[in-house]
Ligand binder design. Sequence first.
Ligand code: TYM
Length: 337
Amino acid sequence: MRVVSGIQPTGNLHLGNYLGAIRNWVRMQDEMGEGEQCLFFLADLHAISMPHDPAELRRATLEMAAALVACGIDPSRSVLFNQAQVPAHAELQWLLNGTARMGWLNRMTQFKDKSGKNREGASAALFTYPVLQAADVLLYQATHVPVGEDQKQHLELARDIAQKFNNDFASEDAPVFTLPDPISPPKAARIMNLRDGTKKMSKSDPSEMSRIELADSPDEVMKKIKKAKTDPEPLPSEEKGLEDRPEALNLVTIYAALTDASVEDVLKDFGGEGFGKFKPALGELLVETLRPISERFTALLDDREALDAILARGASQAREIGRPTLEAAYTALGLIR
Ligand code: TYM
């Protein structure tokens, strides 16, 4: 089993990333057996697909590295690095651009969402972004890729690219790439925006009130939960009572994820209660979960040398692991090295 996953350093880590992805990364790391390995990276190359400020990207990359370690990614057990320190990601993307089809990329919903009405003005990188994502996982022969629901389509594309490349350029008994399986955590695969329960919680939403960030102070957390959009009805005692109540469902989902319970279990405890009682309970639970993480985060950020060393070591390990596959891809394509 080889686990590979990434996160874009485009802002602070928020609760959606944490409950939808990072917490699961830590669990997978903790369950790794002999000969198994996890690689986690900061997708800084992906971050330049949108307009960005270079100084801000540098800062966010270091902050995200510190946040991942604070959440429990242990650089002595997992390989933790940033893409830009491992040139093989960009190289393999180019090789895979020959295999990816325009029609496949045209179907990607993230491109449609992020380019919005201004498709002609979007960067070419935003369009070919999923090919880089395929390179990220295929480079390491990933077997499992933990992601939230929103990234599943990109992983399906990675499988299609791997399959076509193997068919076109490799023999059946010696495929160049392994087909990766996307896996989502059973609970809380999708945490929604606190101001609009039909949109996912996201770094790119202009309103800070729409998301809980891992570095938020206890006061900020309590305030954001108190102000989170809800409806006037009390909580139902069964899950079907949350249909058509996306904001209420989201808050209950967050509570369930934090306590490792099901939505049904939470409703057994809070069914019939109003938000006046539920919100403070959720706020306190969040504050207690985030407290140790934000303490470790602040301490790590103060030690820039240690962070640089973690990333340098991770990058050198990643380069070693990826080298044979990159060479095999060049060779399969008939490129002389
Ligand atoms: P990114 O940086 O947007 O998000 C990182 C991870 O967090 C998950 N996630 C969420 N899960 C639940 N609810 C939410 N509101 C929420 N918001 C984000 C995402 O599904 C993701 O798992 N393209 C990727 C980064 C990437 C990558 C890869 C991932 C680049 N290469 C290779 C896996 C494998 C992205 O932008 O994720």
